[in-house]
Write a protein that binds this ligand. Structure first.
Ligand code: HEM
Length: 516
């Protein structure tokens, strides 16, 4: 027995002894291997990656998250501008990512063949709860071009002209709201938001809202705006889907519940339109009609309910905040500059008429709108793309698979094309055609002005957006004189980069004088 025990003990000892060192060795090997791998990857990224020759901050060579703090701080575009000032037109901003500021590269980067939308960025903007994606988010080029074909007719210039009376009607409501603002001070940030949303809801669903700024359209606007936080939280933490998020406390939970409400309201609009309007709209005038009635060529059928709701939420989202912030910055610029405001008014009063066509012929109005697009491009930030073809920019060859991006905020401030780039100076667009080289310069300025982007994923709603800006601007400045309210500070109107801009103070208070 004693011998047995001894044998057993010695066997255990024999068994135990090598186990610990073996585990230790394994751990050391695993850790060592990881360190070597990480080191190797880091060394590769820093020195041998195809993007290694591209200049940029040292940390960006080895980290994918170099831009995260700027993005979280809502100043990504401004940070990129400083990086371009320091490093030149092509800057490496991540292990596999570059930013480009050379406007002449825009057309090739954003062409059908060269690139595609990055999945991780755009997939996050699926909007309906069980929605499969929408025209804005599709990665598949076939799915996207079929959806674009389906929707294009209701966004054409012809379609916008047919809906001109709707836009004028809503612009008149906007003017009445401005005029009747409390104490003669209007918050045009809020009122412009309602205006562009109500234009969309009218043009999409034939839905009309009254003059009161405190009706259902305000509830819709607030619900849509409040969901921005939840959309970002879901993107950063995919585990927090809608079902979980709506139960969270505080502003995050509120944002998820706002998102639910926005979807519910859109769904009700879609159902109302299906029941009462769609089949009667034989001229296919309303933006919801083709998506409701016609076959999507990629799917080979009509859109089902979640697809339709997702699509309409994306149109409301893409089409309202964009136009309204542009209009807000236009009014702000004019309210700060009475001389230019008078010049604009004089041009409007002297115009033969105020139809869209007539307004689009007015040189100073055109210059004011272009300058607003240049200085306050509502989509301020990077439109991220993944390269499907290698492309040369400056002296660098950017390989297939690299993430690339350009941002209006940066190339719209290219001082070689736009002297005094941070100044609102509409006269820069009124080029003397007889001066030497002026036409070439104007051609370049126009080519560098890309507020609606270019290529297959450019803005489908740009005709409508332009029409809203021309009509609203003319209606406002022929009825009222605007001046900046004394409580407004520069900080209030600083642009926050949320992809789309928002003024930091979330208000734009203007004092209103009704013209006799
Ligand atoms: C001043 C107003 C507007 C500006 C500056 C603007 C700008 C843009 C830009 C830059 C893009 C490309 C985004 C990207 O590639 O990620 C875009 C796409 C889009 N915009 Fe606009 N937009 C405006 C108004 C509108 C309006 C009024 C609508 C609809 C009613 C609209 C609907 C869309 C849609 C659906 C897309 C996605 C198109 C696609 O991928 O095929 N936008 N817009």
């Amino acid at each position: 027995m004693a011998q047995l025990l001894r044998d057993r003990l010695s066997l255990d000892t024999v068994m135990e002894k090598p186990v610990l060192p073996a585990l230790g060795l394994l751990a050391i090997l695993i850790i060592g291997n990881t360190i070597i791998k990480v080191r190797f990857q880091t060394i590769y990224n820093a020195f041998f990656h195809p993007l290694a020759p591209v200049p940029g901050p040292w940390l960006a060579r080895i980290s994918r998250s170099y831009m995260t703090p700027a993005q979280a701080g809502l100043h990504r575009a401004q940070t990129l501008r400083s990086l371009h000032d320091k490093y030149g037109p092509v800057v490496r901003i991540g292990t596999n990512e570059v930013s480009i500021s050379d406007w002449s590269a825009y057309r090739s980067i954003y062409s059908q063949k060269t690139s595609n939308k990055t999945i991780h960025f755009y997939e996050d903007t699926k909007l309906a709860n069980d929605g499969p994606g929408n025209i804005f988010t599709f990665h598949s080029k076939e799915a996207h071009s079929a959806r674009r074909k389906l929707q294009n007719p209701v966004f054409s210039q012809q379609a916008v002209l047919e809906n001109e009376s709707f836009i004028a009607e809503k612009a008149d409501v906007l003017v009445r709201r401005i005029v009747s603002s409390e104490n003669g001070t209007a918050d045009v940030f809020l009122l412009d938001g309602l205006f562009s949303l109500e234009v969309i809801l009218k043009c999409a669903f034939n839905r009309h809202y009254g003059d009161s700024p405190a009706g259902d359209s305000l509830t819709y606007l607030r619900a849509m705006d409040s969901s921005a936080v939840a959309i970002q939280v879901r993107a950063a933490l995919p585990i927090i889907q809608r079902g979980v998020g709506r139960h969270l406390p505080g502003f995050v939970g509120r944002s998820y519940r706002g998102w639910d409400l926005w979807e519910k309201m859109t769904s009700a609009l879609v159902q109302g339109f299906q029941a009462n309007e769609a089949a009667q709209d034989t001229r296919q005038r309303f933006m919801a009609t083709p998506a409701t009635m016609n076959v999507d060529g990629f799917l080979g059928r009509r859109l089902n309910q979640p697809e339709l709701v997702d699509e309409m939420m994306s149109i409301a989202f893409a089409g309202s905040g964009t136009t309204s912030t542009t209009l807000t910055y236009l009014l702000y610029s004019m309210a700060r500059d009475q001389v230019r405001q008078e010049r604009l008014r004089a041009e409007l009063f002297a115009a033969p008429g105020h139809t869209l066509g007539e307004l689009q012929d007015l040189p100073f109005l055109n210059a004011v709108i272009k300058e607003t697009f240049r200085l306050y491009p509502t989509i301020i930030s990077t439109l991220p793309r993944v390269l499907e073809q290698s492309v040369s920019v400056d002296k660098y060859l950017l390989p297939v698979g690299a993430f690339v991006g350009m941002q209006n905020y940066v190339h719209h401030r290219d001082a070689s094309l736009f002297p005094h780039p941070d100044e609102f100076w509409p006269e820069r667009w009124l080029v003397d055609e007889n001066a030497a080289g002026s036409n070439d310069k104007l051609k370049d300025m126009n080519a560098a002005l890309t507020p609606f982007s270019l290529g297959p994923r450019n803005c489908i709603g740009q005709n409508l957006a332009r029409a809203e800006l021309y009509i609203a601007t003319s209606r406002i400045f022929t009825k009222v004189r605007l001046t900046l309210n004394e409580t407004m500070t520069e900080w209030d109107m600083e642009m926050e980069d949320r992809f789309n801009i928002a003024p930091k103070g979330r208000r734009c208070l203007l004092d209103v004088e009704v013209l006799s």
